[in-house]
Structure formats: structure tokens, C-alpha cells
Design a binder for this molecule. Structure first.
Ligand code: MG
Length: 338
């Protein structure tokens, strides 16, 4: 198989701020895998929070090329070789694995979701409102409602959290999830929790730093029925049992799991442990989102809006209906370069 990668700049429609940082553009790595007249596509969204960059992803892909072999169906063996021979680089691994799934689907003439025994229907996705002023948050919420979204995910940890959530409630009754991206302390959580219940917040994502387990254990007593979901603190299968001790669910992203297959293992483990499952994303084009969306029908919460936050999406093929991402019937991941 012949592998080619390139760095792509994705431009955000609006500045995207979270508790840790703020950005107007993001960089992903597009991957093309050629085999026997077909091209499989994959996309890596390396994230500096996890010490990954487009450069480190492309370097990993270069090193991976001679390890892939010549049979795209041989996924278990390919992944075992990659994990044995190369240092972890989850976003790049996910791109390669997505391209292999795309190739397998195209070879079979079937969409990936169908080969996995799943469905093209996915639960409604949340639309993410980055940290903004109160006025800016109202505008963003209003636009999301007008665009047909049925759920909002609000980035918090920016100082005006309560005022922004109150403002959203003046605009819409849609379910609201909050994501603090490790930005809160226990004192913040303690002060906000009664208000979050009053404002009917559906869940809280990653309130504290991934390593601050004591704060999570503290929150267990206080949360009063609002599920706590771990994102930054849960990457691969061994993390799932660990977080079951202090949280109610996990947010899977292929850029952390390293691909669809590990995400499936994690979903099974999560179910065995009584955990809820969200599938999330980074800032990604329709190509990256299409890979995650293949398994979205297995999840309780879907947060696949990365491609809806950018302008000039380099791929097309994903639909949007009734507030949900709609997968294509086309073979493989069902998306194609524009
Ligand atoms: Mg998150």
C-alpha cells in the first residue's frame, strides 16, 4: 500500500475558545492510502494537549508505511505491528485505521457502518458553543437553534459560566451539556452545581484536570444526578475501568483511541461497567467526523460537530437531518474530496 499525507489548515467560522486555549484555525493531516486501484482516506487531528502535532503525526505515518503490508483487511495484525514497533501517536494511528476501513468498504462496495453491523442513523449531535461573552453566547445559541440543532454543548471554565448559561436559557429550552475542559476546581463545582440543576444541565464533561482524581471523587457526592463524563482522562481501553471508579461516562474520540476498533472495545467495556458513552471529536473536516460517525449509533451522546464549526470543508458526503449527522450509503466512510 502506498501512503501519502499532507497538512491541511481548517478555518473556523468563529473563534473557538475553551478553558485552555482559543483558536481561529486548526491543522489536520489528510492521509491517502492507495491499494489496487482504490484510494482510502483518513484524517488525523493531532492535539497539543496530548503532545501531538501535524509534524509528529506525519512523521509517525512515514514510519508506519512499511509496517502496513498489502492487505487492508488484515486490521488486527496491522494494528498489533504498529503498536509494537512505534511510539503511541493516537491521532495518526486513527487516520491510518480510518483509511484502512475506507479501503475495505470500497473493496466490498459497502459503507463501513454496514460492515460493522450498525446503522446510518445516529442520535442528534450537540452543537458546541465556545467560550464567549454573555452577548456572544446568546448570539451563538440563537444561531444554533435556527440551524436546527437539538442539543447544545457549552464550553465553560471562563469566569462567566453561570451568566452565560442563564443567558442561553433566555433563548432556548434545548438540552444543554457543559464541558469545562479541566478548568474547574472543586469549589467552582460546588458553587455551580445547584445552579446547573436549576438550569437543567444534562451532563458535565471533564470538570477537573485529568489527574485530579480526588476532585472527581469529591464531586461524586455532590453531583446530585447530573452525570459526569470524562474526556481528557480517558484515551484507550485500560482507562475505562479506571474511570468507572469516579465518573459516570466517557467521551470517546478517535484522536485519542487511535481508531474505530479500539473505540468499539471501549464501548463494550463501558457497557459492562455501567458507564454511559459519548462519541466526540476535535476540529475536523467531514472526513474525520465520518470515521467517528460510523459507530455513533452505539453511543448515548453524540458530539460530532467539528465539521460544522469550519468553513470550506475539504470533504463532502455527510448529511444533517433532525439535528443528527446522517451517514452516507456510499462505500467506505462515505465521504469524498470536494
Ligand atoms: Mg471535551
Amino acid at each position: 500500500m502506498e501512503l501519502r499525507s499532507q497538512t491541511r489548515t481548517l478555518t473556523l467560522a468563529q473563534t473557538f475558545a475553551i478553558a485552555r486555549d482559543s483558536r481561529d484555525v486548526d491543522h489536520v493531516v489528510g492521509l491517502e492510502l492507495r491499494h489496487d486501484g482504490l484510494v482510502g482516506h483518513g484524517e488525523a487531528s493531532p492535539y497539543d494537549r496530548y503532545s501531538e502535532t501535524p509534524e509528529s503525526a506525519r512523521e509517525w505515518l512515514e514510519r508506519a508505511a512499511p509496517l502496513i503490508g498489502d492487505d487492508p483487511f488484515d486490521l488486527e495484525a496491522i494494528e498489533a505491528r504498529l503498536d509494537r514497533e512505534l511510539p503511541p501517536q493516537a491521532a495518526a494511528r486513527a487516520a491510518l485505521e480510518a483509511a484502512l476501513h475506507d479501503l475495505v468498504g470500497k473493496r466490498c462496495g459497502q459503507p463501513t457502518w454496514k460492515l460493522l453491523g450498525l446503522t446510518s442513523r445516529t442520535p442528534a449531535t450537540s452543537f458546541t458553543l465556545g467560550i464567549d461573552s454573555v452577548e456572544g453566547t446568546i448570539d451563538r445559541a440563537r444561531s444554533a437553534v435556527e440551524a436546527g440543532f437539538r442539543l447544545l454543548k457549552v464550553k465553560v471554565g471562563g469566569g462567566e459560566d453561570l451568566a452565560r448559561l442563564e443567558a442561553i436559557r433566555t433563548v432556548t429550552d434545548l438540552p444543554v451539556r457543559v464541558d469545562a475542559n479541566e478548568g474547574w476546581t472543586v469549589a467552582d463545582a460546588r458553587a455551580l452545581l445547584p445552579e446547573l440543576r436549576r438550569l437543567r444541565v444534562e451532563l458535565i464533561e471533564q470538570p477537573f484536570h485529568a489527574d485530579d482524581i480526588d476532585s472527581f471523587l469529591n464531586l461524586r457526592e455532590l453531583r446530585g444526578g447530573i452525570p459526569i463524563v470524562v474526556d481528557e482522562g480517558c484515551h484507550r481501553l485500560p482507562d475505562v475501568a479506571r474511570i468507572a471508579r469516579y465518573a459516570d461516562g466517557l467521551n470517546l474520540k478517535l484522536a485519542k483511541t487511535g481508531g474505530i476498533r479500539e473505540a468499539l472495545r471501549m464501548i463494550h467495556a463501558a457497557r459492562a461497567l455501567g458507564l454511559r458513552v459519548m462519541v466526540g471529536c476535535m476540529i475536523e473536516s467531514s472526513l474525520g467526523i465520518a470515521a467517528a460517525a460510523q459507530i455513533a449509533s452505539l453511543c448515548d451522546y453524540v458530539d460530532l460537530d467539528g465539521h460544522l464549526l469550519i468553513t470550506g470543508d475539504p470533504f463532502s458526503g455527510l448529511g444533517f437531518a433532525d439535528g443528527a449527522v446522517v451517514l452516507s450509503d456510499a462505500p467506505g466512510l462515505g465521504v469524498a474530496p470536494r
